[in-house]
Write a protein that binds this ligand. Structure first.
Ligand code: PEP
Ligand code: MN
Length: 450
């Protein structure tokens, strides 16, 4: 039984061990930024957070499927109309393909409007004998390798908040009907279907799926007594890694007529693999908020780790509260996942199992470029489906690092190693591009429809 040393407060995390401390060097300036943030309105609302929790509760019962996706490290510069629209577009299109395969509604959860903070394996980066703080994401410092850019700047928390607000404002406006055409496969870029290395049988199958998605949409529109505008309203939720607890806690508050505290920077914060120590600062902070929480679980996760985390973060076993995001690596899922499923089952706990097939499958090419292979990513997801099926459990969602743009960061599905330096734009981990993401959705939908 966990016994707290002191009662929870939005600041009680400060007394705890922080496994990924941020390299701020001016505590007074951090405090000034935090006070400014505290006074600003929330980015999301508690009723949106509760609605998402309700959907996740249904997903835990197998009645919905969750698609989470976006950049590894979103940047302030990415706050541009095309980049945001393209990201929503690919998530929306993937979700329609997945609805078709899963035969369940799909909850869309972006890694966006605040995915600005990154944990790093080393606090310092050395190039040609020069050592500077690592890049911790645009919420903390800037990417260029010079002393000014890399110095942590607390004002970036304000800039991050503002860019998240602008991004969210645009997302909310587009969601209210600006996507009418994007529902229709006629407007999708399906050029991957023409690729010579795509087996003919898959090509035909995907063409049929596309036609069926189009027909279903036309049918719904014809049937609906509501204006087409109403049908084109789409719901998106946001998520980001809750790494910078100064930022998260400054926007954490009680709201009228609800008992608990809400972290109102995002709908679903997640705790990364590096910061999920049950006694650590991040678990302490997130144990006190009402938001649904993601927890990343890597290949070394033990059964007891999971149960202790559930005890700390969801002692009352509230439905829809916990999303376990498993990221083991394609070859490790079959050994690593069953004991975790078994532990959660014997403890009688409610969780949503999600697969993050990206973070366990990162490779470095011989020329030193960080990449991931489309087939490894798919293999990890397939292994998740198999393990859950064989244990009578349910894979409730998938989590991708992706972008709606035509980048060249992951290999496979049309890209080879020699293509990588053409348009490699990620400041952190490699993302699937538009075509790779859409193809991934078709492959998963195909698997789910079997
Ligand atoms: C991420 O999602 O970008 C990430 C860093 O995940 P993990 O904590 O699992 O490595
Ligand atoms: Mn990442």
């Amino acid at each position: 039984m966990y016994v707290p040393a002191q009662p929870w407060s939005p600041d009680s995390w400060r007394e705890r061990f922080n496994a990924a401390p941020l390299p701020y060097d001016d505590p007074d300036a951090v405090q000034v930024a935090v006070e400014k943030l505290r006074a600003l309105p929330p980015l999301v609302t508690s009723w949106e957070v509760e609605r998402l929790k309700g959907y996740l509760a249904e997903a835990q019962l197998g009645r919905r499927f969750v698609l989470q996706g976006g950049d590894c490290a979103e940047t302030l510069d990415d706050c541009r109309p095309n980049i945001v629209t393209n990201k929503l577009k690919i998530l929306l299109q993937m979700s329609l393909v997945l609805v078709h395969g899963a035969r369940r509604p799909v909850v869309r959860l972006g890694r966006f409007a605040g995915q600005y903070a990154k944990p790093r394996s080393s606090p310092v980066e050395t190039r040609d004998g020069v050592s500077l703080p690592s890049y911790f994401g645009d919420l903390i410092n800037r990417a260029p390798f010079d002393a000014t850019a890399r110095r942590p700047d607390p004002n970036l928390m304000i800039a991050g908040y503002q860019h998240a607000a602008i991004t969210l404002n645009f997302i909310r406006s587009l969601s209210e009907g600006g996507f009418a055409d994007l529902h229709h496969p006629e407007y999708w870029d399906l050029s991957f279907l023409e690729r010579a290395d795509l087996p003919g049988e898959l090509r035909e199958r995907y063409q049929r799926m596309t036609e069926q998605v189009g027909e279903a949409l036309r049918f719904m529109e014809a049937l609906a007594e509501v204006p087409v505008g109403e049908l084109s309203r789409v719901e998106f939720f946001t998520s980001h890694e809750g790494l910078n607890l100064h930022y998260e806690s400054a926007q954490t508050r009680k709201v009228a007529r609800r008992p608990g505290f809400y972290d109102l920077t995002t709908h679903l914060p997640w705790i990364g693999e590096r910061t999920r120590q049950p006694d650590g600062a991040h678990v302490e902070f997130f144990s006190g908020v009402e938001n649904p929480l993601g927890i990343k679980l890597g290949p070394k996760t033990l059964r007891d780790d999971v149960i202790r985390l559930l005890d700390r973060l969801n002692p009352a076993d509230e439905p829809g509260k916990i999303v376990l995001i498993v990221r083991m690596g394609a070859g490790r899922v079959r050994d690593g996942l069953p004991p975790l499923i078994e532990a959660v089952r014997s403890a009688g706990r409610k969780v949503l199992w999600m697969s993050d097939p990206m973070h366990g499958n990162t490779l470095t090419t011989s020329s030193g470029i960080k990449t991931r292979n489309f087939e490894d990513i798919l293999t990890e997801i397939e292994a998740n489906f198999e393990v859950h099926e064989s244990m009578g459990s349910n894979l409730g969602g998938v989590h991708f690092e992706l972008t709606g743009d035509d980048v060249t960061e992951c290999v496979g599905a049309g890209l080879t190693e020699s293509d990588l330096d053409q348009r490699y734009a990620s400041l952190c981990d490699p993302r699937l591009n538009y075509r790779q993401s859409l193809e991934m959705a078709f492959r998963i939908a195909h698997r789910m429809a079997e």
